[in-house]
Ligand binder design. Structure first.
Ligand code: PLP
Length: 424
């Protein structure tokens, strides 16, 4: 498609966008003096208009049934998470037995590493990305410490000198180099800073060849990338519900454990009653019998209000389907890239910025990271003042994420238009 940086052109693609009606299912922020152009679905997704109904139903059932709601509610709370399993499994490309919605992301990462990071003999090292999201860094460091090991067991890889992106061949050679010292590969599926998407299948194969376990943090991938976790053979993964998945601030999150680990009673884990064999949970017998599959990692009974918000959001994904979402993501991100490039070209004399996200659609999702040299923060502040909600990352990156479910091509045109205004 030959793109044009005009409002009329953007509107003309919106008109033939198969997902155009989904925009109307979301609340757009109204706090600003100007109309908000929302590009922060990678940080906090917008609220579906249906969310309040889903939550209200649970409040009503709570009022009506009290404790009996565990079994008598329209969606019984005892098994509430089961309403989410199949739909979330579709979003991440997994079998239902491999997925559970429970807890929050960092908690889940810890629970999974307790089971899957088992340093032994010389097999002690974790391979991770340098400058990972801070919570992941703390989680990894504390896991290593928890086993009485020092930070040198945490091996980082990053971009080459003078480059922004990480080369897959560098990851693979690091895996090979570590060989049988490598216990775990644990990285973000999409880098939160650059928006770079890693080839999870290739990394998983290489990790397995070295005899390591491979896990991913999919905070920036779930609901964004067309994942095939089962097929790729990934051992475990965790993500949050509130970024691309629009499931409320700090909302419930999901985890994936590959089927091959589903019935392994030898896996050590931190256990709680909700991971216990469902048929016998209320017998409260001593000795832990885990549920098969990912459900066996649940600790507590489900926070139903948060789960209801997640279900509202996931039902929208189910209606749209990840295929259509992925197709729009690629087209819209390419259009936004085109718009930003044309503004950049037209204003070369006034401002320099460069897109550091990969150009190849197979190496990115919906996020573009603009490196603004010179007056980066001032440019970002001017954009914010004009109604653009994007995201600033020190030292000089503006992250912009057009979310396929609710952003429009017109939004992307507006972004460019306001960027040019901000430059001037
Ligand atoms: C957003 C994000 C988190 C946040 O963790 P919470 O436990 O949900 O607060 C962690 N890791 C990554 C990579 C993220 O993008």
């Amino acid at each position: 498609m030959q793109f044009e940086n005009t409002l009329a052109f953007a509107q003309s693609i919106d008109q033939v966008d198969p997902l155009r009606s989904f925009r109307d299912k979301f609340h757009f922020p109204t706090f600003h003096k100007n109309e908000v152009r929302y590009f922060t679905g990678n940080s906090l997704g917008l609220q579906p208009k249906s969310t309040s109904n889903y939550i209200q139903e649970e409040l009503d059932d709570w009022a009506r049934f009290g404790v009996e709601g565990h079994f008598l509610a329209k969606r019984p709370w005892f098994s509430y998470h089961e309403n989410l399993t199949e739909k979330v499994a579709k979003i991440v490309g997994a079998k239902p037995i491999e997925v559970v919605v429970t807890h929050s992301l960092t908690t889940n990462l810890h629970l999974l590493m307790v089971s899957f990071y088992r340093p032994q003999g010389k097999k002690t090292k974790i391979l991770c990305e340098a400058k990972a999201f801070p919570s992941d860094q703390y989680a990894l460091e504390s896991q290593v410490k928890f086993h009485g090991l020092s930070n040198e067991h945490l091996v980082e890889f990053g971009p080459r000198e003078g480059e922004q992106l990480i080369r897959i061949e560098d990851i693979l050679s690091k895996i090979e180099e570590l060989g049988d010292e490598l216990a775990l590969v644990m990285i973000g599926g999409v880098n939160y800073y650059t928006g770079q998407l890693f080839d999870m299948e290739t990394i998983t194969k290489a990790g397995h060849k070295a005899g390591a376990i491979v896990g991913f943090d999919l905070a920036h991938a779930a609901g964004n990338i067309n994942l095939r976790l089962h097929e790729w053979g990934v051992d475990f993964a965790a993500w949050c519900g509130y970024k691309y998945l629009n499931s409320s601030p700090g909302g419930v999150s999901g985890m994936f454990v590959h089927e091959r680990h589903a019935n392994n009673p030898d896996l050590p884990r931190f256990a709680g009653w909700w991971g216990y064999n469902k048929e016998k949970r209320f017998l409260m017998e001593p000795g832990f019998q885990p549920m098969p599959g990912a459900e066996g990692w649940q600790l507590s009974n489900a926070p139903v209000l948060g789960m209801a918000a997640h279900l509202a959001a996931v039902d929208i994904f189910d209606e749209a389907g990840m295929e259509a979402i992925g197709a729009k993501r690629d087209l819209m991100t390419a259009y936004l890239e085109f718009v930003i490039d044309s503004i950049s070209e037209r204003n070369k004399d006034k401002c320099t910025f460069e897109l550091i996200t990969p150009k190849d659609k197979n190496q990115r999702g919906a996020q573009l990271s603009i490196m603004a040299l010179g007056q980066g923060k001032a440019l970002f502040d001017a954009l914010s003042d004009l109604g653009v909600v994007a995201d600033w990352r020190e030292p000089n990156v503006i992250r912009v994420a057009p979310a396929p479910l609710y952003n429009s091509f017109e939004d992307c045109w507006w972004f460019g238009h306001l960027l040019e205004k901000a430059i001037q």
